[in-house]
Design a protein around this ligand. Structure first.
Ligand code: FES
Length: 197
């Protein structure tokens, strides 16, 4: 009896090629999802945090000082050459707070026709509040006097006597809608120069 053996040789399977790094390859599936989430998170963070930081730092970069135009009394409420003290009322802002209608100070207004001269009521010596001096007939101003150390000023604010190192500080004015508007500013005291604070 003859026995036959049959051998079957399977062709050798070729190994699958391993993936090679490719910078142009586009992320797919889970990788793409993770990447998209990370990018979106960064963009959202920048959008939310960026303006907050800018807002918080803004007051640090805000300019301080400078005048502000403040509306006061009507022009027709001022008598010719008769000084009138008026309060300067406006909003007060500092770095982070805002107060409405605060009295910031006062000025003396002296009308001459349609022109109005505004003088700071702060004595340039040590900062006391100066008073108007009325003329003998009581009809017009005769200058200004400081009650603290007797500095005296003429009707336009020129220093006449006393320890004040300079004249009264003049402020700009204009008339708008029949009202006197004053460019309110503060100046350093105790020095001869007019230097804004
Ligand atoms: S504060 Fe006015 S004279 Fe001294």
């Amino acid at each position: 009896m003859q026995v036959r053996f049959v051998m079957t040789i399977e062709p050798k399977a070729e190994p699958h090629p391993s993936p090679t790094p490719n910078s142009d390859a586009r992320p797919t599936g889970r990788r793409a999802l993770i990447l998209a989430t990370a990018v979106g998170g960064c963009a959202l963070g920048a959008a939310v945090v960026g303006p907050s930081i800018a807002l918080a730092l803004a007051p640090l970069h805000a300019k301080s000082g400078g005048g502000r135009w403040v509306r006061t009394v009507r022009l027709d409420q001022l008598r010719e050459n008769e000084p009138r003290r008026v309060a300067i009322v406006a909003d007060r802002k500092d770095a982070w707070t805002l107060e409405r209608n605060v009295e910031l100070g006062s000025v003396w207004l002296v009308r001459s026709g349609d022109q109005v001269r505004a003088l700071s009521s702060v004595c340039p010596h040590l900062g006391c509040s100066v008073n108007a001096v009325t003329s003998a007939d009581g009809k017009s101003g005769d200058g200004f006097a400081c009650p603290c150390h007797t500095s005296a000023f003429d009707p336009v604010g020129k220093r006449k006597s006393g320890p004040s190192p300079r004249d009264l500080d003049v402020l700009e004015t204009r008339v708008e809608d029949g009202h006197v508007v004053v460019d309110f500013r503060r100046f350093r005291i105790g020095i001869a120069e007019k230097v804004e604070t």
